[in-house]
Design a protein around this ligand. Structure first.
Ligand SMILES: [Zn+2]
Ligand SMILES: [Zn+2]
Length: 836
C-alpha cells in the first residue's frame, strides 16, 4: 500500500518538476512538508528522521511531522533507503558503501539515504551543514546563519563517501557526548545503534604483554620475552609490560590462540591488535637481532611476527585483519618484508613537529616521516594513521598547530590513509581551545582538504561572536611567534619551544581580557572564560621560568602578572570541568604541587671554588642548578615550569621516586661541598644519594638497599642545556666512548628525533664508561664518566628543539632480594673542548 501512495506522490512530484521555474528549493518552502521514515527503518535511520526534525526546527522554527507514509500532494522529506526505495528513486541499502550517503533534491522532495548503519544519519547532517549552512559547534550550540531559511537548495543528486573509514578527534568534548560526536561524523566513540554504532576498526594499542601475560608465562617460559641487556626481561611494568621474543615460534602459537579467543568474543570487530608495548625493550636475541639487522629496522621482526600470526588466523577467519604499530623504533619500514594482505599497520607520527604540516619540506622533523609513510603505502594497502595534536605534559598550554592540521590530514588522505586517530586531550575537558579544536579536527577528518585555519576562524566568529576578534588575535600571534622563532614543537613541547615568556603570557592575558570585556551576554562571557584558561596556564608557566630565590626558598615570580593567577586558574578549571592537567597528571595534583611551589620550595646548595649545585630535596632531590663557576655556565636545563625539573633519578616500576611520583628526601648529611640525601620508599627500600664536589667534577653516588624482594628498574635522568633550539647535530654533538676513543654518535640526526641503528649503538656503549655532550658553537659541554660495569645501557634524548639533551644511564641491577644492596655512580666534568 505504501508503494501505491509513493508512486502517486512521485507522479505528483514529477508534475511539480515540470512546473518548477527555478532549479532550487529553499528551506522556507519546505515548511508544511512531512518527514517520511519507513517502519522497517533501522534505529539510526529513525534517529536521522528525528534529527532532521530537530535541525529543521532550529533552522526555520517550523516543526515537520514524522510519518511512515505520506498522503499524495504533499511535500516530503524521505529518510532512509526504504523510504526512497518505495518512492522510486531506488538504491538498496546494500548498494551503498557502509557510510556512503546520498542527497536528492527535487521539486516537492528531499530524499536522504545511504549505507547501513550510518550513511543516512550522516546524510541528514551533511544536508544541513552543506546545503543549509548549519554548523555543529559544541554539544550544546548549533549555529544557524541568519539567512539560512532562504538558502538555495539546488535540484539534483549528490553522493558522498568519506575517505577515512575510521575518524576520531580525541577530545573529552567528543568522547563524552556521543550524539554530538555523531553530528561531527566521528565514528569511534559509541556502540549506540541509534547513532549507527561504531566503526568496525579498532585503534591499535600496546598489547603484546597482555596477550602473552608474564604472570602466566614469565616464570616457566622466560624465553618468550625479550632479551634485553643479556637478560630475559619479563617482570617490568615500564610502558605497560615486557616485549616478546618475536622469532620464537611458541610465542607465535600462544599469541595466535589468544587472538582466536578475542575473535570469538568480538565477532563484529574488523581488526585484532598485536602491537609492541610502550618501551624500547625489544628483543636482542641472536635470531631477532639478525632479522632486524637484515631489515634495517625493528619493524623487521614485528611485521614478520604479525604476518606469521595472520597466516594462522586467516585459515578460520579469512576476513579478519591483524593490526600493529609502525611506531618509534618500528616506524621505519622493513627493507624486504611486506605486511600480508590481512595485516593492518597504524603508522604513528610521535616524533613529528606539529607547528608545520607533515609534508612541509622545510620541516626536517617531518621529512623522514613522509619518506616512511610513502614506503608503507607501497607495501601495505591497509594503512592507518595515529597523529598527535596536543601537549601531553600540559594540555592547557597554548599549542600552535591549527595551521597544520588540515594539510596533514589531507596528506594522510592523499597517501592512502584509511583512517586517522587524532590523539589529543581525550581523557580531559577544557584543554587549550578544545571546543574549537574538536570542531576543526572533526571537519577536516570528514572532508580532507579543508583548511584548518579557516575552519578555526569560522568557529571563533560563530561561537565567540562579538568576542571573536581578540581570540583570533591570540591564535594568530601564537602561531606567528613560534614560526618566527624557528621552533618545531612536538607533542612534548617545552615552554621554550612554545615561546612562552613573561611578555608573551601578558599579551595572551590581555587578549582574553579584551575578549571578555566585549562579551554581551553571560553565555559568550563563559565561553571566552573557558578559552582563557590557556592564557592563565601560560602565565603560570612564565612565572616559574625565572624563579625568585630568597631565604633558601625558590618560588615563582609573579612580577607584572595577575597575583591571583593560581586561584583563578583553579576556580575556572573547576567551573569548566577540567580534571586532567596532562596525560598522566590530574589537575588536583598539578595545582597542589603549584601551591607548595608558590609557598616556596626548600632548596639546598653546595659549593666549592669550581661548582655550585642547587637541588630540591623535597621533590625527588631534583637538581635545578649546576654552575661551573670559571665560565658561569649552568649546565643543566634552564629553569622551566614546575614539574619539569628533571635532573633526577627514577624508578620506572615499583616503590620509589618516580617521574610522576615526587618523593621527599631527607638531608642525611650536609657539608659545604657535599650532600647526602636519603629516603625510604613504601616497601622499605632505602635510596641514598650523595652528591660531592671536587676541584674538577660533580660526583654522584647512589646506594640502594631493598626492603623486600623486588624488581628494580632504575633510571638516571640528567637533562642538560643544549644551548640552542636548532636541530643541528653538527652543533649539538653527542659522544660515547668506544675502547677509550670518543665517537660522535648522533651524526645525521637532523632528519629525525629517532634513529634506531644509532640508538642501538649508543645503548650498547655503556662498557666504554663515557658519555658526553658538546655544543661546538658555544664551545662547552659535559662529560659523564662512570664504571662501564655499573650500567647496562645508555639512552639518549637529543632534543635541541626543547633546548635539551638527556644523557641517560640505565644501571645494571634489575632486581634485589630483601636486604641486598646495590651501588652505582658517575661524575660530571665540564668540557671546553670537544672530546676526542
Ligand atoms: Zn628474540
Ligand atoms: Zn617543524
Amino acid at each position: 500500500m505504501r508503494a501505491t501512495v509513493f508512486a502517486l506522490a512521485l507522479m505528483m512530484l514529477s508534475a511539480m518538476a515540470i512546473r518548477a521555474s527555478a532549479g532550487a528549493l529553499t528551506p522556507q518552502q519546505m515548511v508544511g512538508w512531512k518527514i517520511v521514515c519507513d517502519s522497517h527503518a533501522t534505529p539510526a535511520e529513525k534517529y536521522a528522521a528525528s534529527e532532521f526534525q530537530t535541525l529543521f526546527m532550529g533552522l526555520t522554527g517550523a516543526s515537520l511531522p514524522i510519518v511512515e507514509s505520506a498522503p499524495t500532494g504533499s511535500g516530503v522529506v524521505l529518510i532512509g533507503p526504504d523510504a526512497t526505495f518505495h518512492a522510486g528513486i531506488a538504491k538498496p541499502a546494500a548498494a551503498f558503501g557502509e557510510e556512503e550517503l546520498r542527497i536528492h533534491i527535487a521539486p516537492g522532495v528531499v530524499a536522504i539515504d545511504g549505507g547501513r548503519q550510518r550513511g543516512t544519519l550522516y546524510g541528514v547532517y551533511e544536508f544541513f551543514e552543506e546545503n543549509c549552512g548549519v554548523r555543529y559547534l559544541t554539544h550544546d550550540d548549533t549555529y544557524y546563519s541568519p539567512d539560512s531559511e532562504s538558502h538555495k537548495l539546488p535540484f539534483g543528486t549528490r553522493t558522498f563517501n568519506p575517505k577515512f573509514a575510521f575518524r576520531w578527534s580525541y577530545y573529552g568534548e567528543t568522547n563524552q557526548y556521543p550524539e554530538f560526536a555523531a553530528r561531527l561524523h566521528t565514528n569511534t566513540v559509541t556502540n549506540d545503534v541509534k547513532l549507527g554504532g561504531i566503526s568496525g576498526y579498532r585503534l591499535v594499542n600496546h598489547c603484546v604483554a597482555y596477550l602473552v601475560p608474564p604472570a602466566k608465562y614469565g616464570a616457566t617460559h622466560p624465553e618468550y620475552y625479550a632479551l634485553v641487556g643479556g637478560k630475559r626481561v619479563w617482570d617490568t611494568t615500564d610502558g605497560g609490560g615486557p616485549q616478546l621474543c618475536l622469532t620464537n615460534p611458541h610465542v607465535r602459537d600462544v599469541l595466535a590462540e589468544a587472538i582466536e579467543q578475542e575473535i570469538e568474543q568480538n565477532p563484529d570487530q574488523k581488526n585484532f591488535n598485536i602491537a609492541q608495548m610502550d618501551n624500547a625493550n625489544y628483543c636482542t636475541c641472536p635470531e631477532c637481532k639478525a632479522l632486524d639487522d637484515r631489515e634495517g629496522s625493528h619493524s623487521g621482526t614485528m611485521i614478520a611476527f604479525v604476518n606469521s600470526v595472520a597466516e594462522i588466523i586467516e585459515k578460520r577467519h579469512p576476513d579478519v585483519l591483524l593490526s600493529t604499530f609502525a611506531y618509534w623504533y618500528t616506524r621505519k619500514p622493513p627493507k624486504t618484508i611486506k605486511p600480508r594482505h590481512n595485516v593492518m599497520v597504524q603508522l604513528c607520527s610521535i616524533e613529528c613537529c606539529t607547528l608545520h604540516s607533515i609534508d612541509d619540506p622545510k620541516c626536517a622533523l617531518n621529512r623522514t616521516f613522509c619518506h616512511d609513510m610513502a614506503v608503507w603505502n607501497n607495501i601495505c594497502d591497509k594503512l592507518f594513521i595515529w597523529h598527535y595534536n596536543t601537549n601531553f605534559t600540559a594540555y592547557t598550554l597554548p599549542y600552535p598547530n591549527l595551521k597544520s592540521i588540515g594539510k596533514s590530514v589531507d596528506y594522510f588522505a592523499r597517501h592512502s590513509g584509511r583512517g586517522v586517530f587524532m590523539q589529543a586531550a581525550g581523557n580531559a575537558n577544557a584543554a587549550e581551545m578544545s571546543d574549537l579544536r574538536n570542531y576543526v579536527m572533526s571537519r577536516c577528518l570528514w572532508k580532507p582538504g579543508r583548511d584548518s585555519w579557516s575552519e578555526a576562524l569560522e568557529f571563533c566568529r560563530m561561537y565567540y561572536r562579538e568576542s571573536a576578534e581578540p581570540i583570533i588575535g591570540y591564535l594568530t600571534d601564537l602561531h606567528n611567534r613560534v614560526q618566527a622563532a624557528g621552533m618545531h614543537p612536538t607533542c612534548f613541547p617545552t615552554e621554550s619551544s612554545l615561546c612562552i615568556t613573561r611578555e608573551s603570557a601578558k599579551e595572551m592575558l590581555a587578549s582574553f581580557n579584551q575578549a571578555i570585556s566585549l562579551a554581551q551576554s553571560d553565555t559568550i562571557r563563559e565561553r571566552v572564560e573557558k578559552a582563557s584558561l590557556c592564557a592563565y596556564r601560560a602565565a603560570l608557566s612564565a612565572s616559574s621560568i625565572d624563579l625568585i630565590y630568597s631565604d633558601n626558598l625558590y618560588r615563582p615570580d609573579l612580577e607584572g602578572l595577575d597575583p591571583q593567577l593560581l586561584d583563578r586558574y583553579e576556580a575556572m578549571g573547576k567551573k569548566y570541568g577540567a580534571t586532567m592537567e596532562g596525560e598522566g597528571t590530574t589537575s588536583e595534583s598539578y595545582i597542589g604541587g603549584l601551591r607548595t611551589f608558590f609557598a616556596g620550595l626548600k632548596t639546598v646548595s653546595i659549593e666549592n671554588q669550581t661548582w655550585r649545585v642547587v637541588l630540591l630535596p623535597g621533590s625527588n632531590g631534583k637538581l635545578i642548578e649546576m654552575t661551573y663557576k670559571p665560565t658561569g655556565r649552568n649546565l643543566i636545563q634552564a629553569h622551566r615550569a614546575f614539574n619539569r625539573f628533571r635532573y633526577e633519578e627514577w624508578v620506572r616500576s615499583g616503590a620509589g621516586p618516580a617521574g610522576n611520583h615526587s618523593m621527599s628526601y631527607e638531608v642525611a648529611n650536609l657539608q659545604p661541598d657535599s650532600i647526602t640525601l636519603a629516603l625510604v620508599a613504601e616497601d622499605g627500600t632505602r635510596f641514598e644519594r650523595k652528591i660531592a664536589l671536587t676541584s674538577d667534577a660533580v660526583k654522584f653516588d647512589t646506594n640502594i638497599t631493598a626492603g623486600v624482594d623486588r624488581a628494580l628498574d632504575i633510571w638516571v635522568h640528567p637533562e642538560y642545556d643544549a644551548g640552542t633550539t636548532v636541530m643541528d647535530p653538527e652543533t649539538v654533538r653527542v659522544y660515547v666512548k668506544q675502547r677509550s676513543r670518543w665517537v660522535q654518535a648522533n651524526r645525521g640526526w637532523r632528519e629525525a628525533l629517532s634513529n634506531p641503528p644509532q640508538e642501538a649503538f649508543i645503548r650498547g656503549s655503556a662498557p666504554g664508561g663515557g658519555y658526553a655532550l658538546f655544543n661546538k658553537e658555544l664551545q662547552y659541554g659535559v662529560e659523564q664518566r662512570f664504571n662501564g660495569n655499573d650500567f647496562r645501557a645508555l639512552e639518549l634524548f637529543w632534543g635541541p628543539a626543547r633546548q635539551q639533551v638527556n644523557l641517560e644511564l640505565v644501571p645494571k641491577v634489575t632486581s634485589l632480594v630483601k636486604g641486598e644492596k646495590t651501588h652505582y655512580g658517575y661524575e660530571v666534568h665540564y668540557l671546553s673542548n670537544a672530546p676526542r
